[in-house]
Design a protein around this ligand. Structure first.
Ligand code: NIG
Ligand code: FE
Length: 413
């Protein structure tokens, strides 16, 4: 057994009420000046003002003591929406977008997601693993300690399973906690271009059962969008996934208001993600159902679109989470500090609301809040030491990495 005492920290963390934080509660965080955190075997045993923690510890002596020199300590980021598993980036497509070609138009021409599908199918499992690990470790350096990674660049059973195996390996062979999501419904592959419903059949009848049988996916997601999957097709996929025991999520109303947010509330999805174009009625339905709204400001930034209405969502009582959406098309960043800065400076969230969004609510969006997402007793000692005195430094020191130390289960990584 290994005991560690971290002293002299300014702790800033949401505390876990047992459910995602919504409304005015989203911005309620605990601040402890001259705080300490005691962990044993990677789990938090005591946390709070230094005298209290020392009293808890007494008469026990910790094996190791670390002085954090008054710096700000927050929970490790939980990034609840990424497509980190891909072979090569799509820089040329980015240049096309800069010239004004629309994201969905590129997909319609057989590029976009479909070009990543071609390269992922051609890439052997080991090479795909190395490319993915490199990005996961880059995210870790920016402070991401728990990450969701989606499949969805295979779009055939064999390649979807290959991706899910690679994603599982990232969780075993890096310090990160990884939550695997099956996204067979990411696009209609070229070979099914004229028979999209037959592709939905394949997802429902073959891919979901195979992923569940092999125990390599925890959630199922679908890209509900004009020209991709309709609300009816998305409903079929999510209901099948749910019946097979997977949690559900939706890429909802990213470009057009198709009603994906309403579908998320209807099928009891844990979250609806993107929401740039979601209607206020559907946001209200999400608030009533307790559906978490995962907002992805780096995607709006990269697509040069208006941001999702995160301020309105908080005010309506939707629990809001933040994620990078890291992918080679619409958001090529693995940096949660960047996303945090956008949320605070351009989406109207307070620093405290953004902190809850990128830690505790994000953990709830992954079914991981029993382990991570806040500095509470019993959870993993996953935390970040910041360069400044408050979490505001994350938005303030823009374009840099304000995370100076990353701890995963009490170990510096
Ligand atoms: O979340 N919208 C669909 N999927 C991703 C983009 C994937 C890609 O372009 O490769 C997204 O934006
Ligand atoms: Fe996405």
């Amino acid at each position: 057994m290994m005991d560690k005492l971290f002293r002299n920290a300014t702790l800033v963390t949401p505390t876990d009420p047992g459910r995602p934080k919504a409304g005015p509660d989203q911005g309620a965080v605990r601040v402890v000046e001259k705080g300490a955190l005691w962990c044993r075997d990677g789990l938090i045993r005591a946390v709070g003002p230094e005298e209290e923690v020392l009293r808890c510890l007494h008469p026990h002596e910790p094996d190791q003591e670390v002085d954090l020199e008054g710096r700000c300590v927050i929970p490790g980021w939980v990034d609840p929406h990424t497509h980190l598993c891909f072979a090569v980036p799509r820089e040329r497509e980015f240049s096309l977008r800069l010239q004004g070609v629309e994201y969905l138009e590129i997909l319609r021409r057989g590029g976009g997601i479909l070009s990543t599908v071609r390269s992922v199918r051609e890439t052997d499992e080991e090479t795909l693993f190395r490319a993915t690990r490199q990005r996961a470790l880059s995210a870790l350096r920016c402070g991401t300690t728990t990450v969701e990674i989606k499949s969805g660049y295979g779009l055939d059973t064999e390649t979807e399973l290959k991706m899910l195996r690679v994603i599982g390996r990232i969780g075993r062979e890096t310090p990160l906690d990884v939550v695997p999501t099956f996204l067979g419904g990411h696009a209609v592959p070229e070979e099914y271009r004229d028979a999209p419903d037959a592709y939905v059949d394949l997802v429902v009848e073959e891919m979901i059962p195979a992923a569940v049988r092999q125990g390599i996916a925890r959630f199922c997601d679908v890209f509900c969008e004009k020209g991709v999957f309709s609300v009816a097709q998305s409903r079929r996929i999510l209901q099948a996934a749910s019946a097979a025991g997977l949690g559900t999520k939706i890429h909802a109303d990213e470009v057009h208001d198709l009603g994906g947010a309403g579908l998320a509330a209807e099928v009891g999805a844990v979250s609806a993600e993107h929401l740039l174009a979601a209607s206020e009625d559907n946001l209200r339905a999400m608030a009533r159902a307790g559906t978490i709204g995962v907002v992805l400001p780096a995607t709006a930034y990269s697509l040069r679109k208006l941001f999702a209405p995160a301020r309105t969502m908080v005010d309506l009582g939707v629990p809001v989470a933040l994620a990078t959406d890291c992918n080679p098309g619409s958001s090529y960043t693995e940096s949660m500090p960047f996303v945090f800065g956008l949320a605070v400076l351009l989406m109207g969230l307070s620093v405290e609301e953004a902190l809850t969004a990128s830690t505790l609510n994000a953990a709830y969006a992954l079914g991981m809040a029993h382990k991570v997402g806040s500095l509470d007793v019993g959870k993993q000692a996953d935390f970040l030491v910041l360069e400044g005195e408050t979490p505001a430094v994350i938005a303030y020191h823009a374009g840099a990495n304000p995370v100076v130390q990353v701890y995963k289960k009490g170990e510096r990584v």
